[in-house]
Design a protein around this ligand. Structure first.
Ligand SMILES: Nc1ncnc2c1ncn2[C@@H]1O[C@H](COP(=O)(O)OP(=O)(O)OP(=O)(O)O)[C@@H](O)[C@H]1O
Length: 231
């Protein structure tokens, strides 16, 4: 139990759309050990983003249990969930979601602005995160002055700067060419191997999934039995 970062039991999510109810996730069971790099694949509409949103506390399940780092998060209020998310989750988006008018440094600093860290502590953490992603020489560049791969590395620095144990990534290489994608995947692998992060990554790309320790397939809101293991 202690070596699990994520434990889902009977996890379901439904949305009401007028008179109909849509259930993108149904009674899902999932264990993810600490330090694992897990890839999630599945057709469009199979519930991948819905699952990431539950794991990251952006949304709450309709039913079931979701224990992350030993804490039941399914029962947290919206307000508790926001505070919990800031400490536990780094989210990496397909299209980076950087603020265009801010430099790489300022983008990475954003998650720390509400913390009680001093300016010097923030500076040290942001510099270390940008060094870790190989962008120590680009800290004053704005997103338009960076390549897509570099923008994604800034976004990864932003996701890790508050040192959360769990990173969730929604198609982090979906908008990149193969060389840039490979560099991002190497970086993510390094974050699990050398820094103990747990990563759940949604991808449509079998080559990206092959970089993970394990791949699970979602189909109509359920994990397929005998999911192929690519480790
Ligand atoms: N807020 C919402 N309200 C209503 N229905 C929703 C909502 N969010 C998701 N859905 C529905 O849930 C289903 C699963 O959506 P989800 O985004 O999780 O799929 P996905 O596997 O990530 O797809 P894609 O690969 O296209 O991103 C879809 O049918 C979608 O329309």
């Amino acid at each position: 139990m202690n070596d699990l970062m994520i434990q889902c039991r009977g996890l379901s999510k439904s949305y009401r759309k007028g008179a109909t109810v849509v259930t993108p996730l149904e009674a899902l069971d999932l264990d993810v050990p600490k330090g694992e790099f897990l890839a999630l694949m599945g057709p469009s509409g199979s519930g991948k983003t819905t699952l990431l949103n539950l794991l990251s506390g952006i949304d709450s399940p309709t039913q079931g249990s979701l224990v992350i780092a030993g804490e039941e998060v399914a029962s947290l209020s919206r307000r508790q969930l926001t505070a919990w998310r800031a400490r536990h989750i780094g989210y990496i988006f397909q299209l980076y979601h950087l603020v265009p008018v801010l430099t790489a440094f300022e983008n990475v600093e954003l998650p720390l602005l509400l913390s009680d860290l001093s300016k010097k502590e923030r500076h040290d953490r942001v510099s270390a995160a940008l060094e870790l992603v190989g962008l120590g020489d680009r800290i004053h560049h704005t997103p338009t002055e960076l390549s897509g791969g570099q923008e994604q590395r800034v976004a990864i620095a932003r996701a890790i700067v508050a040192d959360p144990p769990l990173l969730v990534a929604d198609e982090p290489t979906g908008d990149l060419d193969r060389a840039a994608a490979t560099r991002i995947l190497d970086l993510l692998r390094g974050l699990t191997r050398d820094h103990g992060k747990t990563i759940v990554m949604v991808t449509h790309d079998a080559k990206a999934a092959a970089a993970a320790d394990r791949t699970l397939h979602l189909e109509k809101g359920q994990l397929l039995e005998n999911a192929c293991d690519v480790s």
